[in-house]
Write a protein that binds this ligand. Structure first.
Ligand code: EPU
Length: 466
């Protein structure tokens, strides 16, 4: 098992480009099951979760090509993937793949909508909580699906049996901790091919749902309201293929903002989805971290020698709010703050561990409350080993800032907890060994290469143990 060995204390400087989003790409890929035409996705991140989704979709009758080959990208760039669901006879998502990647549940809605039948393994819990899928199932039942659970599998059929259609309906997706992101993706995708109109209330508002709706609409779906709590889907007979570029990864983006802040660095981030990070940027501003949009400072200038108008830096690509270029600057003294994780547009649970690492070095007491996954605190005992002062009380952690963190051997059994530990290690005095980095490889494309490019002293080593 690989480990990272990090020598802390290096100030990060330089420019990196944010990759395409893992959590957007996974349901987009499952969208290939909704059509018999090819779907091309661009800027897909080269991650182990994506490779597992490829494996799963192959077992569900898709042929898949990627350029370059998955697993061979060196660092920055993503992959273009062509997916073609041309064998409708395979509709079973097996446990051995779904258990490695919960997003395998995304296949349920598309399979059921297009083939009238799906058998998908229940994903089970994971390190961050129980993670039930009851809302996915109830949502699809409201579209008329007949669902039974047998031997760990969800077996679902359209109301008229295999080969028939789901029926549009009024669907409510609210649960004890708000809506469900992948549940909304499943029901929205399924409703795109249902007979009649579906209205989803208490839909997840996450930007990844907007990205999915944009792709489905380009495939011929009729979806309005995605990104808001009420989404309306007018079912259509069939969907076509399309080419879609995956949105940038807002969690990777937020992680590298904090990497810059925790090392008091000067980092420029390209392909930065500012609009999707409002709550996180608001908290960071209170702490003393400014993220400035560099695109706004680029004025077209007159240059008589090269025609009437030339741009100063034509290299910077901008799509307002979603693909910006930003610079991170940080005050010397970090202010403490209170943070509550919430569904979008609130502060994302997927950045909670990383923000906690930063608050460990703030000047005073902070409180972080987890409202999405109340047990998602695997990083806390490991941060304590690095000299942090954190006290957990139920779903909240009080963090008292310390003058410095100290390197130590640590490990975490969750993707974002591991990211939080990497950030702490970048700021810590001495050497930190982070074991089990396969968790990081699920969600960050070659994180060590990105951080090395910014000047961090970080090495991937084989087979280290703590
Ligand atoms: N929930 C239910 N019933 C359900 C589904 C969810 O009660 O049927 C509860 C969950 O237990 C949780 C809350 O609803 O308390 C929200 O869960 P949600 O279904 O929204 O999570 P998800 O769709 O399975 C996605 C991301 C997670 C991210 C969450 C919350 C993907 C592939 N995963 O999971 O990402 O934390 O939304 O934003 O999109 C990660 O990237 O590290 C990660 C865990």
């Amino acid at each position: 098992m690989d480990a990272f060995v990090i020598q802390g204390g290096k100030r990060l400087t330089g420019t990196v480009r944010i990759h395409g989003s893992k959590n957007a790409a996974l349901p987009l890929m499952a969208g290939a099951l909704l059509t018999d035409e090819p779907l091309i996705l661009k800027d897909v991140p080269d991650l182990s979760d994506i490779r597992n989704m490829v494996k799963l979709l192959k077992t569900l009758g898709c042929t898949i090509d990627s350029t370059p080959d998955l697993g061979t990208t060196e660092d920055g760039l993503g992959v273009d993937i062509k997916l073609h669901a041309n064998d409708p006879t395979k509709s079973v998502a097996h446990y051995d793949i779904v258990r490695t990647m919960r997003a395998g549940i995304c296949a349920l809605g598309p399979l059921l909508a297009r083939r009238g039948y799906a058998k998908v393994s229940m994903p089970g819990g994971c390190a961050i909580g129980d993670r039930p899928v009851d809302l996915h199932i109830r949502g699809l039942q409201q579209l008329g699906a007949r669902v039974q659970l047998a031997e760990g599998y969800i077996i679902a059929e359209a109301p008229g049996g295999p080969g028939t259609k789901l029926l549009g309906a009024h669907v409510f997706l609210g649960g004890p901790n708000g809506s469900t992101v992948l549940g909304t993706a499943n029901v929205m995708s399924a409703a795109a091919l249902a007979e009649g109109t579906t209205i989803i209330e208490c839909a997840a508002c996450e930007p990844e749902i907007e990205d999915l709706a944009e792709m489905l609409n380009a495939m011929g779906a009729k979806i309005t309201g995605a990104g808001s709590p009420v989404v309306t889907i007018e079912g259509v007979d069939a969907l076509n293929g399309t080419t879609h570029t995956v949105m940038p990864d807002r969690i990777e983006a937020g992680t590298y903002v904090i990497a810059s802040a925790i090392t008091n660095g000067d980092v420029v981030l390209e392909n930065f989805p500012t609009r999707t990070l409002t709550a996180a940027l608001d908290r960071l501003r209170i702490i003393g971290v400014e993220v400035t949009n560099l695109n706004q400072s680029i004025e077209p200038v007159s240059d008589s020698s090269s025609g009437p108008i030339a741009t100063l830096e034509p290299k910077l690509q901008t799509l307002p709010g979603i693909r910006e270029t930003v610079r991170v600057s940080t005050a010397r003294r970090l202010e403490p703050t209170h943070v509550v994780t919430q569904p979008h547009p609130g502060f994302p649970t997927d950045l909670q561990a990383q923000l906690m690492a930063l608050l460990c070095l703030a000047d005073g007491n902070s409180v972080i409350t987890e409202k999405i996954f109340p047990d998602r605190f695997l990083h806390v005992p490991e941060l304590l080993r690095m000299g942090a002062s954190c006290t957990r009380i139920g779903p909240s952690v009080m963090v008292t800032g310390v003058r410095e963190l100290i390197g130590a051997p640590v490990m975490a059994s969750d993707l974002r907890a591991s990211a939080g530990l990497v950030l702490a290690a970048l700021a810590a005095r001495g050497t930190t060994t982070i074991n089990r980095v396969y968790h990081l490889d699920r969600g960050y494309q070659r994180m060590e290469l990105t951080l090395q490019k910014l000047g961090a002293d970080i090495q991937r080593v084989k087979g280290a143990s703590v």
